[in-house]
Design a protein around this ligand. Structure first.
Ligand code: HSE
Length: 343
């Protein structure tokens, strides 16, 4: 049995989702993979910080926030460490970086990840900022330290789109990727087709927890653009940035546009795409009125989907959840299992 000691930076929805999975499934993971996940530190800008080299009780961590209490109310050896101190002193084997996303700088998450990689910790993250903006650098740093960085949760949460693209489809020659990569906008478009107004549909998406803290990131296509950058750099071998993605969101689409598309047997979808033609790469996020025969046209609500066009297999479409507490927590667990499972 191998114990994997984890430090969590961030204890919002995703950090709590990861902790819930560990609380519920650790015995299964022990049986299936010979791995036991032990949370030794949590540092969160709001909930505070605790560390214990003998392990923190996941139920106590979750119980504190459920009661609206700071983490300092549970038994631990150390309290009050900031994120950097936690990474440097917790003695964890791996960092789960699940703090807030900033798609302009990737900070402060990118610096937390650099620190962890340089001191020989594996890193798993669902944070799009550092991966969209700094992946080539972070992946070189990981290689130099002989550790790994897992980021399945940055695109389509726990739906294994990155692993499918990078492992299983690698030899098939992926030449184009098209996807519904943002749940909020897909939900809004589906609800507008049902007759809801844009404002009501957006408010519903916020209530259901799909939208980013600032939903501009969703409706103007920035969130999808970050995911396009990640898909392109990981699966197409490019080194593109956010500015290389031609981007437009859904804010100019009217209810009339949506009704007219329906009459033509089409459906508007916000499509993130990357296409490689020789050395030329085209990356975009834009609303497209897809014909109903297109595999992405029938993906409704907050569901995400990606169609890979390949040289050897034609088109492969993968659909599944694109966001959510447990769904994204699962992505981190799947990365950890990929890193530590030797069976
Ligand atoms: N706001 C994002 C979405 C969350 O709606 O898809 C997942 O990245």
């Amino acid at each position: 049995m191998q114990t994997v000691r984890l430090a969590l930076i961030g204890f919002g929805n995703v950090g709590q989702g990861l902790t819930e999975i560990i609380a519920e499934k650790n015995d299964n993971f022990a049986k299936q993979f010979g791995l036991k996940f032990q949370i030794v530190a949590v540092s969160d800008i709001y909930w505070g910080s605790v560390c214990d080299p003998d392990g923190l009780d996941p139920d106590q961590l979750l119980g504190a926030v459920q009661k609206g209490e700071k983490l300092a109310t549970i038994p631990a050896a150390e309290y009050g460490w900031d994120a950097n101190t936690t990474i440097e002193k917790s003695g964890a084997d791996a960092l789960a970086e699940v703090s807030f996303t900033d798609l302009k700088t990737g900070e402060p998450a990118a610096s937390f990840i650099r620190t962890a990689l340089k001191q020989g910790m594996n890193v798993v993250t669902s944070n799009k900022g550092p991966i969209a903006l700094h992946y080539p650098e972070l992946s070189r740093l990981a290689a130099e330290s002989g550790v790994q960085i897992g980021f399945e949760g940055t695109v389509m949460s726990g739906t294994p789109v990155l692993r499918m693209g990078s492992d299983i489809l690698k030899a098939a020659g992926v030449n184009r990727i098209q996807g519904i990569l943002n749940g909020t906008t897909n939900y809004i478009l589906s609800r507008m087709e049902d007759g809801a107004s844009y404002a009501d549909a957006l408010a519903e998406a916020q209530e259901k927890g799909y939208a980013e803290a600032d939903p501009t990131g969703d409706v103007e296509g920035f969130d999808a653009a970050g995911k396009v950058v990640i898909l392109s750099n990981l699966l197409m071998g490019t080194e593109i940035g956010m500015d290389d993605v031609e981007r437009s969101g859904i804010t100019n689409l009217t209810s009339e546009d949506i009704r007219n598309a329906k009459i033509d047997d089409r459906r508007w979808k916000l499509i993130g795409a990357v296409e490689k033609d020789g050395d030329k790469v085209t990356a975009s996020v834009q609303p497209i009125p897809l014909p109903m025969s297109h595999p992405l046209a029938t993906i409704g609500g907050a569901t995400n989907a990606v169609t890979f066009s390949t040289d050897l297999l034609g088109d492969i479409t993968l659909a599944g959840p694109g966001a959510g507490r447990q769904e994204t927590g699962y992505a981190l667990i799947s990365d950890l299992i990929a890193i530590y499972n030797k069976s």
